[in-house]
Structures are given as C-alpha cells and as structure tokens.
Design a protein around this ligand. Structure first.
Ligand SMILES: [Zn+2]
Length: 437
C-alpha cells in the first residue's frame, strides 16, 4: 500500500462520514439486527410506550460504541437535531421528535430479560461464522479459540441485592470479622480472532439463596459450558483459561463436550503432573529451535494431558510459559499452540476496558438495579463486537491508522452533527467489499 502523508491523512479523514461508514459495517455483517432489536420481548405496559425497544437499544449501543461514560452524558450528547434524524433514518422511522431520556432507558432495561440481549448476540456470532470471514484465525486450521475469564463488576459495603456475593475480611490476630464486602462478578467467554475478541457467552456469578454455598468461577463455567455446547453444537472449540481451570473436573468436562483446551499450568495447581513433567522432559527431550519443550501423554485421573513449556527472550527479557492441553504437541504445532495459549491475555485487556465502561454505567444507574446492570453489561459486549469490526475489520478505517480514541470521538461527532439522508440509507443496499487483516 502506498504510504500516505500526514496531510493526505488529514484530508482523507475529513472526507469520511464516520457514522455512515459505521452503519455500512453494521448492515454488511448483521442485516437483520434492526428487526432483532425491535422484536425483543417488551415487558412494559403497552399503553404507556413512547419508544419502541429498537430506539432504546440502539441509543445504548451508540453510547457504548462512541465510548460515552455515563447515561447522563449520553442524554446531553445525543440531544441534537442531526442525531435524532440519524436514529430515525437508520431505524426506518420518520417521525421521531426526541430520543429517549436515560430514565426511560433504564426503566426499560430493568424489566427486559437478559436472555433477549443474549439472543441478539447469538444471532451476531452465528452471522460471523456464516460469512466465513474469520476462518484464517482457526487454531491448526480447525479450532475456534474461546478464552474464559471472570471479572469484577461492582462492589458495595452493604448488601445490594439478593444475588450479591459476599467476602469477609477477618482481623489476623483476633479472627473477628472486620469488614464485609458485597460484590458482583461475571464470567466471560470470548472468541479470539486475531486482534479482535468477541463475547460469545456470559455467565453471571451470583448466589441463589444463601451464603452457605457461594457461587464461584468454576461453577459458573460449568453452566456456561452447557449453554455454549447447546448453542454451538458442532463448533470445534478450544477453551483457553488460566491455571484455575487446570483441574480434573474441567479436563473431563471438556473431553465430554469434545472440546480441546489450553490452560496456563502452575506447579501448585496439580503437583503430580508437574513432577512427572519435570522428570520426563529430561528423558524424552522433545524440543524445537524456538524454545519450546514438551511432554505428551501424561496420565492423570483418567485424563491424558500434554505439557508445553516455552522459554523465550522478548524485548531483552526472559519469559517463561507453561501450558497444559489435550492437543498432542508435535514439532510442527508447538509454536501455534503456544501462540494460542498466550492469546488469552487479550480477554484481560478487553475485559478491563469493558469493565471501566460498565462500572461507569452502574455508578450512574441511580437505583443500581441488578437486572438493568446485567443488560447494560450485555449491551457493552454487543457494542464491542460492532466497534471492533468497524475499527479493526474495516480497511477504510484501518488505513487511517487513527487511535481508538480518535475513531470513537470522530464517530460521535459524526453521529451528532452529520445528517444521514434517505438516499444514504438506500445506498446501503449495495454490497460492499470488506477485507480483513
Ligand atoms: Zn447485588
């Protein structure tokens, strides 16, 4: 590609209507998404409804995509004639006078069942698979890598709802409880495709009745795994997880679902496997020139596991990685398995960004309603799929080499200042060419 000068870059950026380009991407990948947004099961009293669900949900999606931090700020930013017009055009209305106030939106989200948003995400992920545009990212040309990780959503000094998790901090000397916190945690499963990570499933870690037997990440993973298998029956999956997952029940669970796994492996988690690995790696001496050493077929409680260790020097620093997997390691796949195992960090990175966004949402949710909180969380995940396809997946935007912050602020400005016309919308029916990295 020809190198462009700074001046050319500025000129080109000026010409682009970011919002129009964004809706091109939305339409290209998810042509039925407007209908999906409109037809969620609406629990509100039908005679008081001023805004249909698509208007409400599209507002929240745009808020998340343009990185607006609070619902209040959203109401202010979106309060322009152009913005109201743009929402009308995109959703096919011609009579919108105002956009919904954040209270109206939160009242709607308090009653909406989270499964309604999960259904939209499932539609989106299935469309991406159908388009076959991400095939190049399969591990060993076969497996879709899905990283799992839990992240904190919000915490309180007092019990906030009946589903809160509880943690007590005791005084080390007296053993008396000094502090108790109540919090919410969520387990995310994200499809890792190149630089993009798309939320494919979410399980909230929450208590059912009592604090006697609290919910935890591994219990939540079992629920998530059941649903993932049900929703994507024949999908060849490889689960990526941290060392918490490297235990017998999870090995068996993955095997039972015909899934592969690559988990971070630590000595303390499963000591007997570690000792056997240390012993066998000297005897067998399986290694490659890239710093990988491995031992296949270690038996452990009716599981056959393989261990891959890598000692690398990157940026003048020594780095060490150890993974446990049910993929047999060979000379020609060691590096690929290592790369997949290491790509798990992307979920932490992405999770962190989302968390910032979601925490701000919750802070501004005056009632801190748990159901609305879940819906906000899921809408962040959906918005993130759209945002990443726009930023990383679209050659036009990628070629600008603009920062994420720049792109979202340009998109926001365009959404609230540049008019989209009916003709623009008609033009969207033309097929566009999307090329990936
Ligand atoms: Zn709670």
């Amino acid at each position: 590609m020809k190198k462009i000068t700074r001046k050319e870059k500025r000129e080109r950026r000026k010409e682009i209507n970011f919002f129009q380009e964004f809706i091109k991407i939305k339409k290209h990948f998810f042509k039925d998404i407007n209908t999906k947004l409109k037809t969620v099961k609406d629990k509100r009293h039908q005679s008081y409804i001023e805004y249909t669900p698509d208007i409400i949900l599209f507002n929240v999606l745009m808020k998340n995509i343009t990185s607006i931090q609070s619902m209040n700020q959203m109401t202010t930013e979106f309060n322009t004639e152009e913005c109201i017009n743009n929402v009308s055009r995109v959703l096919g209305y011609d009579d919108l006078e105002e956009l919904p106030h954040h209270d109206t939106i939160n009242n709607f989200l308090k009653r909406l069942k989270p499964i309604e948003i999960e259904k939209i995400r499932k539609y989106m992920i299935k469309e991406l698979f159908k388009k076959r545009c991400l095939e190049q990212y399969r591990l060993l040309d076969k497996y879709w890598t899905i990283a799992v990780d839990a992240t904190g959503l919000v915490s309180f000094d007092e019990r906030h709802c009946e589903h809160c998790l509880k943690r007590e901090y005791a005084n080390k000397e007296t053993g008396e409880v000094e502090k108790t916190i109540y919090f919410h945690y969520v387990l995310e499963a994200k499809l890792v495709v190149g630089d993009m990570v798309f939320s494919i499933d979410t399980e909230f870690i929450e208590n059912e009745e009592s604090y006697e037997k609290q919910d935890c990440e591994l219990k939540a993973f079992k629920r998530l795994a059941e649903r993932l298998k049900k929703n994507y029956k024949r999908l060849p999956i490889c689960i990526l997880g941290d060392s918490l997952y490297a235990v017998d029940p999870i090995f068996k669970l993955c095997k039972g679902k015909d899934w592969k796994y690559i988990f971070t492996f630590k000595e303390g988690r499963t000591k007997s496997i570690w000792l056997e690995f240390e012993e066998l790696k000297e005897i067998e001496d399986n290694s490659n020139s890239k710093g990988c050493t491995w031992v296949n077929e270690i038996e452990y409680k009716e599981n056959i596991v393989n261990i891959l260790e890598a000692k690398l020097i990157e940026n003048n620093k020594e780095k060490e990685f150890t993974f446990i997997t049910n993929i047999p390691i060979k000379e020609n796949n060691a590096e690929k398995v290592l790369f997949a195992g290491r790509s798990r960090w992307k979920i932490e990175n992405e999770g962190f960004n989302n968390q910032k966004n979601i925490k701000n949402n919750i802070k501004h949710l005056c009632c801190k309603d748990y159901n609305a909180m879940k819906n906000h969380y899921l809408l962040v995940q959906i918005a993130d799929i759209l945002r990443q396809l726009f930023e990383c997946g679209y050659e036009l935007i990628r070629s600008l080499k603009a920062s994420i912050k720049e792109i979202s602020s340009r998109l926001l400005e365009s959404f609230r200042r540049e008019l989209i016309t009916v003709e623009d919308i008609i033009k969207l029916n033309k097929r566009i060419q999307i090329r990936y990295l």
